[in-house]
Design a protein around this ligand. Structure first.
Ligand code: GTP
Ligand code: MG
Length: 237
């Protein structure tokens, strides 16, 4: 892209940044933080510790007709002791990823409770997608929840459904992008076009992310708080 076009783009962008807030919910250890890490930085850090409080990462997704779209993805603790934070967490959220672990029956049962909490605390128009994470472990005896059960639960509650692996990257882009599209359908025309571009813009990048090998940054990160793990993520606790 020429310098002239870059300049033009910067001018066009002025005042046209659409920030959409998304939240992740689900039991502790289902992989919420790893999904955010995969989506925002294409990284998987196998030994990270449980989230304390809440934090968010942002990722800018597309340019379209002078509009920029920023996904602000909020991640919170699945642990019970942090549940008093919930109202602030849901405020302004336009989409939610409801995550369970396909190798944990308890986390799938827990998803019902999380869905109730979304319905009780979030805006009534929030788009909710059900995500069965750790599909890389779902091929054998470790699987505790079938794909059909995930589909049935999602259909019964008007949710999109996808199985993902934060470890391999499989379907992580798809999960976020489909949720963004679901939200975009509820937005005014200008924002809708911007969000539509998200899906079209860098399909190649999405495919690359989906097949990316497990990336381990700087060896193991045991006992490292998950806050501020990249330049483009921000912390709010
Ligand atoms: N095999 C596999 N392991 C995963 C995957 N996603 C996360 N994990 C592992 O599962 C554990 C929990 O992941 P986290 O992302 O910290 O879970 P969380 O949902 O954020 O948990 P809380 O912060 O306690 O609510 C970690 O050991 C991760 O490495 C995945 O897709 N596949
Ligand atoms: Mg976490």
């Amino acid at each position: 892209m020429t310098a002239q076009r870059n300049q033009q783009q910067r001018r066009d962008d002025d005042g046209h940044v659409y920030t959409l807030k998304f939240v992740l919910v689900g039991d502790s250890s289902v992989g919420k933080s790893q999904l955010v890490s995969r989506f925002s930085k294409n990284l998987f850090l196998p030994e990270t510790s449980s989230t304390v409080g809440m934090e968010f990462a942002t990722r800018e997704l597309a340019y379209y007709g002078g509009a920029r779209l920023k996904a602000q993805v909020w991640d919170t603790a699945g642990q019970e002791r942090f549940h008093s934070l919930t109202q602030a967490y849901y405020r302004g959220a336009v989409g939610a990823l409801l995550v369970y672990d396909v190798t944990s029956r308890a986390s799938f049962e827990g998803a019902r409770r999380w869905l109730r909490q979304i319905r009780d605390n979030a805006h009534r128009n929030i788009a909710v997608s059900l995500v069965g994470n750790k599909s890389d472990r779902g091929g054998g005896a470790q699987r505790a929840v079938t794909t059909a059960e995930g589909v049935a639960f999602a259909e019964a509650n008007g949710m999109d459904f996808v199985e993902t692996s934060a470890a391999t990257g499989e379907n992580v882009e798809t999960a976020f992008r489909r949720l963004i599209m679901a939200v975009a359908r509820l937005l005014p025309e200008g924002k809708r076009r911007a969000a539509a571009a998200v899906v079209e813009a860098d399909a190649a990048a999405a495919a690359a992310a989906a097949t990316a090998a497990v990336a381990v940054a700087g060896g193991t990160a045991a006992n490292t708080p998950q806050k501020s793990t990249s330049g483009n993520s921000e912390v709010c606790s």
